[in-house]
Design a protein around this ligand. Structure first.
Ligand code: PGA
Length: 262
């Protein structure tokens, strides 16, 4: 069997709950032929408030449900935060941590990410740690250092036993969203190589098994080239996957391309 390919989308704050429900109902139909494949893991990460309904829609499909954030604490005096216990009750199995917008718009630090990774993993969830350099850091030649720092701090509490529940998404800040510039595939391959080497340095051979997904302006024109890269284990897509057919066709094409290579 070929290596597992990961494909998912974080819908950010782009849809209301009722819009998400419609999207997910369509998504379940559009991806019916892709569900249950051993070498393809689909996932979707909608807003907190719709998780319960999303869980009911996704039940039995194999599409995993994620949350866009979680508290670093389990319970207590943390107004406005969401506990992993609540996420688990809503069928969430993936906690997205340290997305570029959490870091650069909402001020989260590497230490915040570390605590959240620790909390997600200790509650049995998969931690999807997002990392990426800013345009300024790239221009100064700091990309590799920034990625290594984000990994070393963010994953510093992870134990060997938890490693199979760690995913990493490389999302260069300058490549994300409507203002983003799509990254060149050779640059993506190089940075994924830096990330994979760092994961091996941190965790030994097992670190090399951690899936490293790419995200940032993935679209119909560039997904094939990105999916074909040796060091890319999956795609994490925003805008181009926010409608069911877009999600389904990007997922199917990129998975097929990967399975022909591996
Ligand atoms: P985008 O978003 O595909 O719309 O650039 C990617 C992301 O932020 O995960």
């Amino acid at each position: 069997m070929s290596r597992k390919f990961y494909f998912g989308s974080n819908t950010k704050m782009s849809k209301t709950d009722s819009e998400t429900v419609t999207f997910l109902q369509e998504l379940v139909q559009a991806t019916a032929h892709l569900q249950g494949k051993e070498d393809l893991q689909l996932f979707i990460i909608p807003s907190f408030t719709v998780l319960n309904r999303a869980n009911a829609i996704l039940e039995g499909t194999g599409i995993r449900l994620g949350a866009q954030n979680l508290s670093y604490a389990e319970r207590g005096q943390f107004t406005g935060e969401v506990s992993p216990l609540s996420l688990l009750e809503n069928g969430v199995s993936i906690a997205e941590i340290g997305h570029s917008e959490r870091r650069h718009v909402l001020g989260e630090t590497d230490e915040d990410a570390r605590r959240k990774v620790e909390n997600a993993l200790s509650h049995g969830m998969t931690a999807l740690l997002c990392i990426g350099e800013t345009g300024e850091e790239k221009a100064m030649g700091l990309s590799a250092e920034v990625l290594r720092t984000q990994l070393k701090v963010g994953l510093s509490s992870v134990t060997k036993e938890q490693l199979d529940r760690v995913w990493v998404a490389y999302e260069p800040v300058w490549a994300i969203g409507t203002q983003g510039t799509p990254a060149a595939p050779d640059y993506v391959e190089k940075m994924h190589g830096v990330i994979k080497q760092c994961l091996v340095d941190l965790f030994g051979c097992d670190g090399g098994e951690i899936p490293v997904l790419y995200g940032g302006s993935v679209n119909p024109a560039n997904h094939a080239e990105l999916a074909a890269l040796r060091n890319v284990d999956g795609l994490f897509v925003g805008r181009s996957a926010w409608f069911a057919q877009g999600y389904a066709s990007l997922a199917e094409n990129s998975w097929k391309i990967k399975s022909q290579i591996c």
